[in-house]
Design a protein around this ligand. Structure first.
Ligand code: GUN
Ligand code: ZN
Length: 444
């Protein structure tokens, strides 16, 4: 942990409000020549360089960057670490993709040695893409979650994860029972929830793979541990929705299945929500539940076009998710680029300042962690990224014609990816430096 005060001088931009609630210019702060000051893992000062230098001690240790932008660490509100090994699997839509690619890969996580290897690689990928917090699916095996949390704890990352609950409509090798799923989840909650920077999410895969009895146990866990998260999938694919309505004919809608078992609360995060009715949107808003918008996944699996304006009109909180391995990139910059295109296909615009909000403070709000992370306000935890606006020849060339911050941000998001992430800081400590990435690999 940084006990010594350290400062970082670069262009600094961070989100301070949702652009839908205030004027666009009031939704972010920008210091063209700014300084961020960090101590004991927290942000202690931020502002224009000259002003910060005046109020800080003279011997302040300042690291100076050229052509770099500092912003808050990215937040991924939906991702599967066990799907790292089968990202980019060809040819199927959701249900066949699960059966043919996902389940066989998740089977391998019975072996904790394999799970640990993937957890390390996964967290390395997040870090090198500038993602400092994520809401993460494990597999049905409780050990997959133990090794994940152990690795996240070593790196002091603010992470949320959970064991998958799945007691039907999946291969035998990948199912639990209502009782074993409940007991394993309980044990993991007791061990990991609120330990350091970690939190637990009760994680039923989706309605079709849980019996009514298992969904009841999820409701019970949320009653027993009211501040744990609930993380699942919702209304992603048309065939999936039909299947849910066949399996639960007594329920009014897909969301109503989860609602009936008490799964909607302020720490509930549903991935996708592409094909929701007005009633479902309204119910999500009433219960303060959040949706993870996963553009690269929605395009890759041909699931459909997410309706951001509709969800926002209903007052539903939305964060960004990569949904690796249905999603095709760990990069939140790439994810924003695809989000922009999804909006374009619906004659809507996604402003880069809104994108920045969704990728940082919006994600933190979706997870109710905005008192700790999501921007660079004084007092928050020092999870931040240093982005290189000249990362590639093309970006350097294009940036010459980008005059405003908003234009620069848009170019960063449209052309950027992990090459754009120069450094990542977690709780005030440097966790990644692009200059040394090959060296690190040789050493470890
Ligand atoms: N629905 C149920 N399981 C999954 C999964 O692993 N990925 C996606 N994208 N959707 C799901
Ligand atoms: Zn998913």
């Amino acid at each position: 942990m940084t006990t010594q005060r350290k400062a970082y001088r670069a262009s600094i931009v961070h989100s301070v409000a949702d652009p839908k609630d205030v004027n666009l210019e009031e939704s972010y702060e920008y210091y063209e020549d700014g300084i961020l000051v960090v101590e004991n893992g927290h942000i202690v000062d931020i502002g224009h360089a000259e002003e910060v230098l005046q109020r800080q001690p003279q011997n302040l240790d300042v690291r100076e960057y050229k052509d770099k932008v500092i912003t808050s660490g990215f937040i991924d509100t939906h991702i599967h670490y066990p799907q790292t090994g089968m990202i980019a699997s060809y040819g199927e839509q959701l249900l066949d993709w699960l059966e043919n690619y996902t389940f066989p890969e998740e089977r391998r996580f019975k072996n904790p040695v394999y799970a640990h290897k993937v957890a390390k690689l996964f967290l390395d990928e997040l870090t090198s893409n500038g993602t400092t917090t994520a809401l993460v699916f494990g597999t049905v095996h409780k050990e997959s979650v133990n090794v994940f949390f152990e690795e996240a704890e070593k790196r002091n990352m603010r992470m949320i994860a959970g064991k998958v609950l799945m007691d039907r409509n999946a291969p035998d090798y990948l199912t639990d029972t209502p009782e074993s799923g409940y007991q394993d989840s309980k044990e993991l909650i007791e061990k990991w929830h609120n330990r350091g920077r970690l939190h637990y999410a009760v994680t039923p895969r989706f309605a079709p793979t849980s019996t009514q009895e298992q969904l009841s146990t999820v409701g019970r866990l949320l009653e027993e541990y009211p501040d744990v998260y609930m993380h699942t999938h919702l209304s992603e694919n048309k065939k999936e929705i039909e299947w849910v309505l066949d399996l639960f004919p007594e329920r009014d809608s897909y969301l109503d299945v989860y609602d009936h078992y008490g799964l909607l609360h302020k720490r509930s995060v549903f991935a996708h929500g592409i094909h929701l009715s007005d009633c479902e949107c309204q119910r999500l808003a009433e219960t303060d539940s959040a949706i993870a918008f996963c553009p690269t996944s929605n395009l890759f699996l041909g699931s459909g076009l997410f309706k951001l304006p509709k969800l926002e009109q209903h007052g539903v909180r939305v964060g960004m998710g990569t949904d690796v391995g249905a999603g095709t990139s760990f990069s939140i910059l790439q994810t924003m680029s695809e989000a922009y295109k999804i909006m374009q296909l619906q004659q809507e615009k996604l402003h880069p300042v809104k994108s920045l909000f969704l990728a940082t403070l919006g994600g933190a709000r979706s997870l109710h962690l905005d008192d700790k992370i999501g921007n660079l306000a004084i007092g928050k935890e020092a999870d931040f990224v240093v982005l290189d606006t000249h990362a590639t020849q093309l970006m350097r060339f294009r940036m010459q014609q980008a005059t405003t911050l908003e234009e620069k941000l848009f170019v960063l998001m449209s052309l950027g990816d992990d090459r754009t992430v120069s450094e990542t800081y977690i709780y005030g400590e440097q966790a990644y430096d692009a200059h040394f990435k090959d060296v690190t690999k040789l050493v470890s």
